[in-house]
Design a protein around this ligand. Structure first.
Ligand SMILES: Nc1ncnc2c1ncn2[C@@H]1O[C@H](COP(=O)(O)OP(=O)(O)OP(=O)(O)O)[C@@H](O)[C@H]1O
Ligand SMILES: [Mg+2]
Length: 228
C-alpha cells in the first residue's frame, strides 16, 4: 500500500453577503491510496466539491496541508507558486468536473488534445493518443463532432478521455454521472474500472451514486465538515 495524497487537517470557510461565516471544512484529514477508486459521499452541501477543489489545487484551504507523493518525493501544495502549481496540475491531475465543460467551438478530438498541446507536445503524437483514448472510451466515431452535437453520456466520455490525455496519476471527478441515465451511468462506472485496471489511475469521485460507491475501493463519508 502506498499513499499518493495526504490530507492534513484542512479547514475552509466562506462568508455570505451578511458577512456571516459558514465553516464548511472543519479539519478534514485522510490518506488517499495509490491506484484506488475513492468515492467521496455525504449529503448535499457537506463540502465534497469544496474538498475536491482544494485537492485539485483550484482552491486554497484556510489552514491545513495537502501533500502529494509523486515520483517518491512528497510535494506540499503550499510550497508551490502559482505557475509551478499550473504545471503540476496540468501534469498530475485530470478533472471531470461539471463546470469544466468541453469547449463548444472545438471538436471532440480537439477537446481531448488540448491539455497535451498546452503541455508542449507535438500535434501529430497528441492526435494519435487522443484517438486511442476516444477508442477506449467508446466515442471514436464522434471525434469530429462538436459538444453541442453529442449526448450527455458521450460528452462525459470525451471529458474522461480529455482528463486522461496527460496520463495523470490522479483523476478528480465531481458528480460524473449526475446528468446521465441509468444505462449511461453504469457504462461510465465500467469505464472507470477499466481505466483503473489499465493505467493504475487513482480516482477520487464525489458522488451521490450508489453504483459508484459500490464499485469503489474506499468510501469516504463526509459529515459535519469532516471525514468520518
Ligand atoms: N464559492 C463559494 N462561496 C460561498 N459559499 C460556498 C462556495 N462554494 C461552496 N460554498 C458553500 O459551501 C458549502 C459546501 O458546498 P459544496 O459545493 O462543497 O457541497 P457538496 O457536498 O459538493 O454538495 P452537493 O452534493 O450538493 O454537490 C455549501 O453550504 C455551499 O453553499
Ligand atoms: Mg458538489
Amino acid at each position: 500500500m502506498s499513499v499518493i495524497i495526504e490530507i492534513n487537517n484542512i479547514t475552509k470557510s466562506y462568508s455570505n453577503n451578511k458577512k456571516e461565516k459558514n465553516v464548511v471544512l472543519k479539519g478534514v484529514s485522510t490518506s488517499i491510496e495509490r491506484s484506488k477508486i475513492i468515492a467521496l459521499v455525504g449529503p448535499s452541501g457537506v463540502g465534497k466539491s469544496t474538498l475536491l477543489h482544494i485537492i485539485g489545487t483550484i482552491d486554497e484551504p484556510d489552514s491545513g496541508e495537502i501533500i502529494y507523493n509523486i515520483d517518491n518525493i512528497p510535494k506540499k501544495l503550499s510550497q508551490f507558486n502559482r505557475s509551478e502549481l499550473d504545471i503540476f496540475r496540468n501534469k498530475t491531475i485530470g478533472f471531470v468536473f461539471q463546470f469544466h465543460y468541453l469547449l463548444p467551438e472545438f471538436t471532440a478530438l480537439e477537446n481531448v488534445m488540448l491539455p497535451k498541446l498546452i503541455s508542449g507536445s507535438k500535434p501529430s503524437d497528441t492526435k494519435k493518443e487522443a484517438i486511442k483514448l476516444l477508442e477506449l472510451t467508446g466515442v471514436a466515431d464522434k471525434q469530429n463532432n462538436k459538444p453541442m452535437e453529442l449526448s450527455g453520456g458521450e460528452q462525459q466520455r470525451i471529458a474522461i478521455a480529455r482528463a486522461l490525455i496527460n496520463k495523470p496519476e490522479i483523476v478528480l471527478a465531481d458528480e460524473p454521472t449526475g446528468n446521465l441515465d441509468a444505462k449511461n451511468a453504469m457504462s461510465f462506472v465500467d469505464l472507470i474500472k477499466q481505466i483503473q485496471f489499465e493505467f493504475s489511475t487513482t480516482f477520487i469521485i464525489a458522488t451521490h451514486s450508489s453504483e459508484i460507491a459500490s464499485i469503489s475501493d474506499v468510501v469516504l463519508k463526509m459529515k459535519d465538515g469532516k471525514i468520518i
